[in-house]
Design a protein around this ligand. Structure first.
Ligand SMILES: [Zn+2]
Length: 146
């Protein structure tokens, strides 16, 4: 399978740490040591909720979540991204909302609330190859928790 080309990522500081975890197949986010808030996107120096500078801990997340919205771009904003380009908004089980790409499905109204889980796909930008988190449908649908 060909490596997918992507627009350049934001790199440096905590962004580099995030991508290193992705390379290991781990979805991690900084958790504030003071208020426990998960930071997304990564923060350089202080918690986005309480301004504590205790943001050095990276918690491994389940990678599970559900689809809360989506958007299909019909206009090409980046030459690397062919249209129509599907994007999804996932609410992770741990709370953060992340914008990502669907893996193996196209979003639509019938999938509102569908359970998804993270996968990592190899992509490349100007800085080289990286492992991008994308989300696949959980199949078969899992029974309700409880
Ligand atoms: Zn905090």
């Amino acid at each position: 399978m060909m490596t997918q080309r992507r627009p350049d990522r934001v790199l440096g500081g905590p962004h580099d740490a995030f991508w290193r975890y992705c390379e290991q197949g781990e979805l991690r986010m900084q958790r504030c040591g003071a208020c426990q808030h998960l930071q997304w996107p990564p923060v350089d120096a202080a918690c986005e909720r309480c301004a504590s500078t205790d943001v050095r801990r990276w918690d491994r997340l389940s990678g599970r979540g559900h689809l809360v919205s989506w958007c299909v771009f019909e206009r090409a904003y980046y030459q690397e991204l062919p249209v129509p380009w599907d994007t999804i908004l996932v609410e992770l089980a741990e709370g953060p909302l992340v914008v990502a790409n669907p893996h193996g499905f196209r979003p639509g109204p019938a999938l509102f609330g569908a359970r998804v889980e993270a996968r990592f796909t190899v992509c490349a930008d100007g800085a080289g190859e990286f492992h991008l988190p994308v989300f696949a449908l959980v199949e078969p649908p899992a029974p309700a928790d409880g």
